[in-house]
Design a protein around this ligand. Sequence first.
Ligand SMILES: Nc1ncnc2c1ncn2[C@@H]1O[C@H](COP(=O)(O)OP(=O)(O)OP(=O)(O)O)[C@@H](O)[C@H]1O
Ligand SMILES: [Mg+2]
Length: 665
Amino acid sequence: MLDKLNEPQREAVKYLGGPCLVLAGAGSGKTRVITQKIAYMIGQAGMDARNIAAITFTNKAAREMQERVGALMDANRLKGLTVSTFHSLGMRILREEARHLGYKPQFSILDSADASKIISDLLTTTDKQLIRSTVSQISLLKNDRISPDTALVRASSDGEMHLAKLYRAYQDTLQAYQAVDFDDLIRLPVDLFEGNEEVLTKWQHRLRYLLIDECQDTNTTQYDMVKQLTGITGLFTAVGDDDQSIYAWRGANMENLRQLSTDFPKIKVIKLEQNYRSVARILRCANAVIANNPKLFEKTLWSDLGIGDPVQVIEARNDEHEAELVAMKLLAHKFEHGTDFKDYAILYRGNHQARIVETQLRMHKIPYTISGGQSFFDKAEIKDVLSYLRLIANEDDDPAFIRAVTTPKRGVGNVTLEKLGAYAAERQISLFAAVYEEGFVWQVQATQYEPLKQFCDFIGRMQFEAPRAPAGELLKQLLDAIDFETWLYDSDEPKPAETKWKTVLELVDWVAKQGENNGKNLIEISQTIALITMLQGRDEDEVDAVKMSTLHASKGLEYPHVFLVGCEEDILPHQNSIESNMVEEERRLMYVGITRAQRSLTISYCGKRRRGGEWQITQPSRFLRELPGDDVRFSGRLAGDKVEGAISKQEGRAMLAGMLAKLGG
Ligand SMILES: Nc1ncnc2c1ncn2[C@@H]1O[C@H](COP(=O)(O)OP(=O)(O)OP(=O)(O)O)[C@@H](O)[C@H]1O
Ligand SMILES: [Mg+2]
């Protein structure tokens, strides 16, 4: 098994004597070290899978890792192995230790939309910008492990005082709902470990060896969790690349890589230098761009996969033309090389860039999937159904209560809900609990009360069934009972209603599969869904489709042929980052993008682009000027041409040939 590794990789896999840090550039096999090491520890070193935890950055990465390890050894020996994100590990710890923190094990997990809603209520504002900035400031406080009380004490200006008070109120609201947000999933276990020796020891014994992928993107809380869990033995392997640190905006701190050597002086540092992913020209482009950043560590990267074609940099007239060019170039390339759609990825800086590309792909009948964008689970009809599941898991989840009780409308009016809200607030109990209190019953007329009571009784029955019935079946019953399909058709035109109902049926299938494959009941499934929404990653079946993704969500992945679109000033680097001196992080993002490509890379930018309804002249990204001239074929302004934006003759011929062949077949 170890034959498939180079010397330093093998060394990293076999080293079990203490903490180990693998520091290396993109595509050098860091993730491969982790999967092979898991197999090595179980297969050769005789360790129990239950004592090993591998932590990755996204659900998708976790799934892939599980599969890769699964291919290396028998499923039986992998029983109990933990492969998860920091957040799902945190959730597991929290669920088991909830009572130590004043939570019940079926707490709800709020996604960022729910969190924003709470902040918006507390601030009594709908100003999106204000809400977003408040949410992110609170999140940064949490990730730096600053509690509301500490924030209050430390506040040195009116603004900070205001934020601290808001943070306090927000946290109290979460507690009242028996809900946590994403940051709490890590912060709360870390606080618990710090204050409770017994609990910490239990988990240290359980998870004796940790492997951490993408270590450059851990934030302070996550880093603390690693330190706590590995304790004095320091049995872990961390792999990372400071040049790929792209989550500073979420509190990630690549200095943690250096901090490891301070906290664990005996740490063994291993460097990898051979890249197994990309042809030389792509790699040289990546190296040239990142050379413009100051270095945390010295690294070199080389590859012997051949030199490859020049990287293409193309200019389009405008954003729509850019999307069209990409679609046509992709088709031409596909016909010429006999590749599949799934060999291609289109990467972009921000989700808003996706729509225009999608339109062109559809026009050219190119199948695609999107990750890192608006998730399946974010759709309104899905969130409606999920509000029921959340409420079944945790009846104190007031936001879920309100959504469910009003969807479909069941004769519970706003006035009644307001009365219920006021009563619950005064008694400091949840809306659900308030329904059953005599004090409330007296306040409303029987006709108003009856539908409320029926609703709560129904939830109660579902709670009783949930641990007993198959998840998929129960969800079907639920949808029947609330007559969700009829409601969709009543509240929308037939066409969109049909689409929505199909989406809901997809959810039913997905839930049924989760229940059958993983033996989970409806309550357990509803808790994990919250985590899926956070970082892309529903199972995308291996369909033959072009992958569209944000640069952030493409981290750790690789694709044979990559299109990187919108390489312009103000997009990549992003406008905010230029203004706030964060261009280095954007350069790392560019580096991540380039290094996803295995065999070919095409980068595009536009001459102008529509923004807020107006045309704006755009400038090519500064990063394009950092590319090495010998390895790149420029067209457009950067080559001193006038933009014609046409496809080359050769490409045109290949396309034509392909289309004729298709017609013939
Ligand atoms: N020793 C090796 N021999 C052959 N192929 C390898 C070897 N090591 C890694 N690879 C392959 O190289 C590619 C990149 O590996 P991997 O994804 O582990 O790199 P990485 O360092 O984690 O990259 P990133 O920084 O982008 O996360 C994968 O396709 C992997 O299978
Ligand atoms: Mg990796």
